[in-house]
Ligand binder design. Structure first.
Ligand code: NAD
Length: 301
C-alpha cells in the first residue's frame, strides 16, 4: 500500500516518520524540501509536487496549517483531487473548519476519492511517540479500512460519526488548551503579585484542584521564558478563530472563548504569528510589568 504524505511540519514530520518506521511505502511532499530530509533518510520517496505525490497513492495523508491550505491543495488542476486515483482514501489530519470540509468532500465525491477527517491531539511529543489521540469522522467502512494505518501514528483512535465530527471534537477539546493557558498565566500572576515565588506557585497549582495538563506541560516553558516552540501563535489563533466560527454555525454562545480569541488576536498582532504560542502570556506580563520567571528580566516603564 502506497501512502502519500503532504505537510511535513512540527506534526507531519514525526507522524510521517512513524509511518516510515512501521515499514510503509511512503512518498512525501512539502513546499519546503528541507523538511523531508530525515524522512528520505528513512527510505521515503520525495515528490516535487502534491500531484506527483498522490498519483499512485492508495492513501493520501495531509497535515497542513489550516482550512485555506487544505482547500487550495485539494482543488485545481495540480491539486490532490484532480490527480488522486479513483478509489483513493484521503486521511486529513489538520485542524479544519466545516465549510471547507463540506466543499472539499463534495469535490472528492465527484472524482471517487473518500475522505476521513482525522484531526489529532497530543502535540509534537504525541506525534513523535505515536500516541496521538485521533478524532475521526466519515464513512465507518472506510474508517475500519484505515484503522491499521491510524494505529501506526496514534494511541487513542476514536470514530465519532459522520463527516466533520472529527473536526468538531478536535476544536471543542483544543479550545481548553488556550482557555487554560490564559487562566494559568492569570493565576500565576495573581500569586506572584501577592508575593508567592512563581516556581512555588506553579507547584501549588500542579498539586491542587486547579491542576491540568496545561499547567504541567506549559507551566515550565512559561517560567523558562521560551514560550514553548511546539507550535505557533498563528496556529493557536487559527484554532480560536475556528472555535468562534464553529460556535456561530452551531448556535453556541461562548463568552469566554470570545475573550480568549481576542487575546490571541492581539498577541499575534503584537509579536507575529511565527512566534511560540505561549507568547499570548507576554501580553499579561507586559500589562502587569512582571515576567512569570524564576529569574525575571525587568520590564521598563
Ligand atoms: P506546521 O506549520 O509546523 O506544518 C505545516 C506544514 O505544511 C509545513 O511544513 C508547511 O511547509 C507545509 N505546507 C503548507 N502549505 C503547503 C502546501 N501547499 N503544500 C505542501 N506543504 C505545505 O504546523 P503543525 O504544527 O505541524 O500543525 C499542522 C496541523 O496540525 C495544523 O492544522 C495544526 O492546527 C494541527 N495540530 C498541531 C499541533 C501542534 O502541537 N503543533 C497539535 C495538534 C494539531
Amino acid at each position: 500500500m502506497r501512502i502519500a504524505f503532504i505537510g511535513l511540519g512540527n506534526m507531519g514530520g514525526p507522524i510521517a516518520a512513524n509511518l516510515a518506521h512501521a515499514g510503509s511505502n511512503l512518498i512525501v511532499c512539502d513546499i519546503d524540501r528541507s523538511k523531508a530530509k530525515a524522512l528520505i533518510g528513512l527510505g521515503a520517496d520525495w515528490a516535487n509536487t502534491p500531484s506527483e505525490a498522490v498519483q499512485d497513492a492508495d492513501i493520501v495523508m495531509t497535515s497542513l496549517p489550516g482550512p485555506q491550505q487544505i482547500e487550495s491543495l485539494a482543488m485545481g488542476a495540480d491539486g490532490i483531487l484532480a490527480n488522486a486515483r479513483d478509489g483513493a482514501i484521503w486521511i486529513e489530519l489538520s485542524t479544519n473548519n466545516l465549510e471547507v470540509e463540506r466543499r472539499v468532500r463534495a469535490a472528492a465525491e465527484e472524482v471517487g476519492v473518500q475522505i476521513l477527517d482525522a484531526p489529532v491531539s497530543g502535540g509534537t511529543e504525541g506525534a513523535a511517540d505515536g500516541t496521538l489521540s485521533i478524532m475521526v469522522g466519515g464513512d465507518k467502512v472506510i474508517f475500519d479500512q484505515c484503522l491499521p494505518v491510524l494505529k501506526m501514528i496514534g494511541g487513542e483512535v476514536s470514530y465519532l460519526g459522520d463527516h466533520g465530527a472529527g473536526y468538531v471534537a478536535k476544536i471543542a477539546q483544543v479550545v481548553l488548551c488556550y482557555l487554560h493557558s490564559v487562566a494559568l498565566s492569570e493565576a500565576l500572576m495573581l500569586g506572584v503579585k501577592g508575593g508567592v515565588d512563581v516556581e512555588i506557585m506553579l507547584g501549588i497549582i500542579q498539586n491542587s484542584t486547579g491542576r491540568s495538563y496545561v499547567a504541567d506541560r506549559y507551566g515550565p516553558p512559561i517560567l523558562r521564558g521560551d514560550y514553548d516552540p511546539g507550535f505557533t501563535l498563528a496556529l493557536a489563533h487559527k484554532d480560536m478563530r475556528l472555535t468562534l466560527e464553529l460556535a456561530n454555525s452551531v448556535g453556541a454562545d461562548l463568552p469566554m472563548c470570545k475573550q480568549v480569541e481576542d487575546i490571541y488576536a492581539r498577541a499575534t498582532g503584537a509579536f507575529g504569528g511565527e512566534q511560540n504560542h505561549l507568547m499570548a502570556v507576554r501580553l499579561l506580563e507586559e500589562a502587569n510589568k512582571t515576567y512569570l520567571r524564576a529569574r525575571p528580566p525587568q520590564i521598563a516603564d
